[in-house]
Design a protein around this ligand. Structure first.
Ligand code: ADQ
Length: 469
């Protein structure tokens, strides 16, 4: 589907560019790579609320990036407080981690207002604005109030919170009303759309079921809530996977790790990713299985994340302590069972690890989707290797041929890791990986972005009479 969207306005916490030691570079991640070509074509404006202003000089580019000037205490209360100290744990089912503070909620409202003001200023009459994620969920309604002429899309990239969890959010109804300002609300999988419906029931907001999507009447218009599973830059990862230099680097990694079986995990260091629990499961495997002690190595690539939030600083210490303990118990002068890298890798380095890995261990405790699972599959030139994936990740609803595991089941997790690490490859493994590759190819991030925008325009054009239940 092609979208017309001239002068598209994107609103997100992150900017498409970041400043690093080697200058200003494109921010990592598939979402940015999918949206940049769209922005170039539409010559629009990218509004970033959490961005480094100096990295946003785009005078050379055919579109603008506007980093909002926000006082640092407001930015911190919005980002580390309301967004990552409340909404993130709430949505991932970590109620005990949530902190609800009035001044952080005020900051959240203020940042959303500032983002809505900026979008209202830059959007063309009748234009299209696409707002991203839980940090900016009030923007759709605030923007709608300022500019009723606009077409507004919203994508929530994390699980939609269970209604019991949402009950404890002091501003739950403002959150939902904020999101319902959009014409089209995207969530990754139908399971999250059902959770959204539960929230509507809970708040007594009328809706109509339309197949797997929901339609909420809002005066003269309506909001549609639908599942739009995201994907990755399939061609980019596949071409890295076919690159001879990357393959040579992968062979070197395997040899450096001793030539045994290589397990790989790649995550932001986040408690929702289940990194400590995975390391503990691997430790149990080493306790129980002599072959694993000799031949299996776990590589954990973990980029430090959100270190202004206390729960994240503590997590990093726990991860390092657990790796140290495993090393102390099972390591030797020529054998290191776990390798931890706490830094950002570029995509070429990541691709070499994806190629070198006999299995990807993707076992978050909860995850909206999880792009690492897709990247591992997309990079492989042949249908070999195994993907171990949590049932609690959105990706499990899409990548159904993966080896699925409940990350909360301690023994189950250990034996699933044992199976993907040591069981001999069978025809069924190859068939599973081939099916996964076909699925991942269908779900490229470019298709996701252009499909969502085309659907957004269609939704605003459809004038189906909607009656409330
Ligand atoms: P994240 O929680 O960030 O995204 P994920 O989907 O796994 O989780 O994406 C992480 C990205 O960061 C991947 O592209 C990965 O390659 C990259 N990455 C991780 N560690 C890295 C490292 N050390 N160096 C370089 N790159 C690294 C949120 C939601 C997810 C949802 C996405 C997209 O939490 O559930 O899939 O948005 O909607």
């Amino acid at each position: 589907m092609k979208t017309r969207s001239p002068r598209l306005v994107i609103v997100s916490a992150r900017a498409p560019f970041v400043r690093t030691g080697s200058g200003i570079v494109r921010a990592p991640g598939g979402l940015i790579s999918a949206l940049l070509p769209l922005m170039r074509r539409s010559r629009g404006t990218w509004i970033a609320t959490g961005a480094d202003r100096e990295a946003c000089d785009t005078s050379e580019l055919p579109f603008r990036v506007r980093a909002l000037a926000l006082p640092s205490e407001i930015r911190s209360a919005w980002y580390a407080g309301a967004s990552n100290g409340a909404l993130w744990p709430l949505s991932h089912g970590f109620g005990e981690v949530c902190r609800f503070r009035a001044e952080q909620a005020r900051a959240y409202f203020e940042v959303c207002r500032a983002a809505a003001d900026a979008a209202a200023e830059y959007a063309l009459p009748g234009g299209v604005v696409w707002v991203h994620d839980y940090q900016l969920a009030l923007v759709p309604a605030l923007l709608r109030a300022r500019r009723p002429d606009l077409t507004i899309g919203f994508f929530w990239h994390i699980p939609w919170p269970a209604s019991d969890s949402l009950r404890v959010l002091p501003w739950a109804s403002e959150l939902i009303e904020g999101v319902l300002g959009a014409d089209l609300v995207g969530l990754h999988v139908p399971r999250y759309v059902r959770a959204f419906r539960d929230a509507l029931d809970e708040l007594g907001i009328a809706y109509v079921n339309d197949g797997e999507s929901i339609v909420v009447p809002r005066g003269a218009r309506h909001t549609r809530i639908e599942a739009w599973p995201i994907g990755v830059d399939v061609d980019g990862w596949a071409s890295l996977g076919r690159d001879e230099t990357v393959a040579a680097e992968a062979a070197r990694i395997t040899a450096d790790l001793g030539g045994g079986r290589v397990l790989l995990s790649v995550d932001r260091m986040d408690y929702a990713k289940g990194i400590v629990e995975r390391l503990e499961a691997f430790e149990r495997l080493l306790e129980q299985n002599a072959e694993a002690r000799e031949r299996v190595t776990l590589v954990q690539i973990g980029v430090p994340s959100r270190e202004t939030v206390p729960a994240y600083r503590e997590l990093r210490q726990r991860i390092e302590a657990t790796v140290g303990r495993i090393q102390g118990r099972f390591g030797g002068p020529r054998r290191k069972p776990v390798h931890l890298f706490a830094r950002t890798f570029d995509s070429t380095e990541l691709a070499a690890y994806y190629l070198a890995a006999d299995a990807a261990i993707v076992t978050p405790k909860r995850d909206g989707m999880n792009l690492v699972a897709f990247e591992y599959v997309a990079t492989r030139p042949r249908p070999n290797g195994r993907l171990l994936l949590s049932t609690t990740a959105g990706a499990a609803d899409v990548l159904t041929e993966a080896h699925l595991v409940n990350p909360y089941d301690e023994e189950g997790l250990t034996s699933a890791i044992e199976d993907v690490a040591l069981a001999p490859e069978t025809a069924s493994d190859i068939a599973r990986m081939a099916a996964l590759q076909a699925r991942v190819s269908q779900l490229s991030v470019e298709t996701w972005a252009s499909g969502f925008l085309a659907r957004l325009e269609q939704v605003t054009e459809e004038r189906v009479p909607v009656r409330a239940q």
